[in-house]
Design a protein around this ligand. Structure first.
Ligand SMILES: Cc1cc2nc3c(=O)[nH]c(=O)nc-3n(C[C@H](O)[C@H](O)[C@H](O)COP(=O)(O)OP(=O)(O)OC[C@H]3O[C@@H](n4cnc5c(N)ncnc54)[C@H](O)[C@@H]3O)c2cc1C
Length: 377
């Protein structure tokens, strides 16, 4: 038995999340995608269940679940709707710098509101010239007596315009050591939401620019000390990359289940080449299970504070998201022309799958990180 065999409680937890996702999301997924909805009534149901505060410690009113359990939950949601898995996932990303770098006062001010779903969070890291290479970010934070003055532009920010609070990275000095983390309240004077993106997929997750013009952030909203921002970002990514892997496993499973059902129900139509379909299904199942095991193993290592958790996080994100994309391509092929229409959800899953290979560091960047860990440079 592996070290991470699911307990009865975890199986029950995953089933409850899946039941919730099927009940509240499945009837809405078509509209969420077509109309780009961020449905507050579903967010409230997620909050009531605890999903929006799944990673918030219990003492602040959250579920206090570890990464392994968060991955389990996110996998279930993504199997129905990837935008919805992002509602949960991005909220965790925005929370983590505060959880890892915030002081007691900051935590008691924000965490209970995040746990209750009253505050949605966002991650404001990427800039037009800094995404893959975060260390080249330009947004400046200049210290005045009791506050910082922030100027710059953040782009591709999930939950832009929805979040009540963002985790922000800005430059207080030179180089990697000059990056500092801040809590950025959405109503801070000088902060505005810029262009919103029209996207290929995950249309229920809103993405846009944040413009910071002489934005005054009080000193008390700094996370940790000056220069600790890059460390906060890495801490977040070690947690969120397996989470993207879990989104990918869920997505791939969702697509696979549709394809299996389609193959069973259309055996006669597929009969001239059913042998081929059979083995394609087998191949999809093998790859999904491989991706799941790597994501679970990585979450287990990260939860136990293993020194290689960062490398495994990149491996899990990269492998699982590549598998999800390949499984979608195979699924659409099995459906043939029908798979290319929006009558079947495989088309939506395929559009959604692409983003998983891009955000939280593209899969090329994951390979750079893994190679560095292997070769030591
Ligand atoms: C829908 C969506 C939601 C997002 N949400 C958020 C969010 O909430 N918060 C946030 O901060 N960011 C967010 N992002 C940004 C995302 O994380 C970045 O776009 C991503 O990490 C890529 O960085 P980049 O934009 O700098 O791409 P680029 O670095 O410009 O990448 C362009 C291409 O160059 C390749 N490349 C770059 N450097 C190397 C290298 N050294 N070796 C090999 N290839 C390389 C990349 O792999 C890619 O193929 C989001 C993006 C999208 C599309």
């Amino acid at each position: 038995m592996s070290q991470f065999a699911l307990t009865d409680e975890q199986k029950e937890f995953a089933k409850k999340v899946l039941d919730l996702a099927r009940k509240v999301l499945a009837p809405m997924s078509y509209d969420i995608d077509k109309k780009g909805l961020y449905p507050w009534d579903i967010i409230r149901k997620f909050s009531k269940f605890g999903l929006m505060g799944i990673a918030v410690p219990k003492e602040y009113g959250g579920m206090g679940r570890n990464l392994f359990d968060v991955c389990l939950a996110v996998e279930q949601v993504a199997g129905v709707d990837v935008s919805a898995a992002m509602w949960v996932g991005v909220n965790i990303g925005g929370l983590l710098p505060l959880l890892n770098g915030g002081n007691a006062e900051q935590k008691s001010q924000y965490l209970p509101k995040i746990a209750a779903g009253e505050y949605i969070t966002g991650v404001a890291f990427t800039e037009p010239e800094a995404g893959s290479d975060l260390h080249s970010l330009r947004t400046s934070a200049v210290r005045r007596s009791d506050h910082y003055v922030i100027n710059g532009r953040k782009c591709f920010i999930s939950n832009a315009g929805i979040a009540k609070v963002y985790s922000l990275l800005a430059r207080t000095g030179k180089g990697k050591e000059g990056i500092t983390g801040f809590i950025l309240d959405a109503d801070t004077p000088g902060l505005s939401v810029g262009k919103m993106e029209r996207k290929m997929g995950v249309r229920g997750s809103h993405t846009g620019d944040l413009i910071l013009e002489d934005c005054r952030i009080p000193f008390e909203k700094r996370l940790g000390n000056d220069g600790e921002g890059a460390g906060l970002a890495m801490g977040m990514l070690t947690f969120t990359r397996p989470l993207i892997g879990a989104q990918a496993v869920g997505l791939a499973r969702g697509v696979f289940e549709y394809t299996l059902k389609y193959a069973r129900e259309n055996k006669a139509r597929l009969s001239p080449y059913f042998e081929n379909v059979k083995y394609r299904l087998a191949d999809m199942a093998i790859r999904i299970e491989g991706a799941r095991q790597l994501v679970y193993q990585t979450a287990f290592l990260a939860d136990s504070g293993h020194s290689n958790a960062g490398k495994f996080s990149s491996m899990a994100k990269c492998f699982a998201t590549d598998v999800a994309m390949d499984v979608c391509i195979e699924a659409v092929s099995v459906f043939g022309p029908r798979g290319y229409t929006s009558d079947f959800s495989v088309e939506r899953f395929m559009r959604d799958a692409k983003i998983l290979q891009i955000y939280e560091g593209t899969n090329q960047i994951q390979r750079v990180t893994i190679a560095k860990a292997l070769l030591g440079r």
